[in-house]
Design a protein around this ligand. Structure first.
Ligand SMILES: [Zn+2]
Length: 272
């Protein structure tokens, strides 16, 4: 399908690509600031990503985590521009070996092409000398690492934000860790949030805080129903409705019930 949208915010430009157009979960935005690229986009969109990157020099690729929509083209970028991508330490083994992509994800994004990386340093730099601080934010994935640019007050959120409300969870996601990671990020001084699925959010900190509050409210309601004797599937139906096709296509790996299950043991007071 090719390029769906172009983005520009100050010195950041981006393109939205995706094989199918079914909303935020099937689109991906590759961002760049000068010669630094944040995440590589999915491998089935390489043709479009390459023509975007070919517009000017590429010297650095920073990856947020190993998922195929973020890292799929890292190998191609490495070869095309003669660079070694930088990735979170926890992502490096999977990036090098590759992994079996689940069927739905393979259809939407293609697979990760295995790639040799170097570990992110505590501080990275843009060509203009400004600092990029990698922030480890596990929960969505163990290796998820976002990028904070204190001088510009930018925050590249990897898959920490995605959308205002969380509606489903993958079975390997940890909701308590997601909330702790959001709390950690809310202590940082940033304005604009660059989300690879949701786009550029100017009041990014407020949006992230609202997302956290939505999750806490959902968890609070779920816990009330649980105290009244309802099971997690029944609560999920009541609060989030029937499971949709994604749940069936992923064999329940990505579904609403996973989210409710993770809500029940949370200590909500400590996560506020
Ligand atoms: Zn991800």
């Amino acid at each position: 399908m090719g390029v769906r949208k172009h983005y520009q915010y100050q010195d950041v430009i981006g393109i939205k690509v995706g094989r199918i157009n079914q909303g935020i979960n099937t689109n991906f935005i590759v961002y760049r600031m000068g010669d630094t690229v944040i995440d590589s986009g999915p491998s089935n969109q390489w043709k479009y990503v390459k023509s975007f990157l070919d517009e000017s020099k590429v010297s650095q690729l920073l990856l947020t985590h190993h998922h195929e929509d973020h890292s799929g083209n890292a190998h191609y970028i490495s070869k095309a521009y003669g660079i070694i991508p930088k990735a979170p330490k926890l992502a490096q083994t999977k990036l090098k070996a590759g992994y079996k992509t689940p069927v739905l994800q393979k259809f939407v994004w293609g697979s990760l092409v295995p790639v040799e990386t170097q570990a992110l340093n505590d501080k990275e730099y843009l060509a203009d000398g400004s600092i990029i601080i990698p922030i480890h934010t596990p929960g969505h994935a163990k290796d998820l690492t976002c990028f904070f640019l204190p001088e510009k007050k930018y925050f590249f959120s990897g898959d920490l934000y995605i959308a205002p409300k969380l509606k489903m969870l993958r079975s390997d996601e940890n909701l308590e860790q997601i909330l702790k990671s959001i709390n950690k990020v809310l202590t940082l001084d940033f304005n604009v949030l660059f989300c690879p699925h949701g786009g550029v959010i100017k009041d990014g900190k407020a949006a992230l805080k609202a997302k956290k509050d939505n999750i806490l409210n959902l968890a609070d309601q779920a816990q009330e129903y649980h105290k009244a004797g309802m099971g997690f599937k029944e609560i999920s139906l009541k609060l989030l409705g029937e499971e949709d096709f994604v749940s069936k296509l992923t064999g329940g790996n990505f579904c609403k019930a996973n989210l409710i299950k993770e809500c029940l043991p949370l200590d909500l007071e400590s996560l506020k």
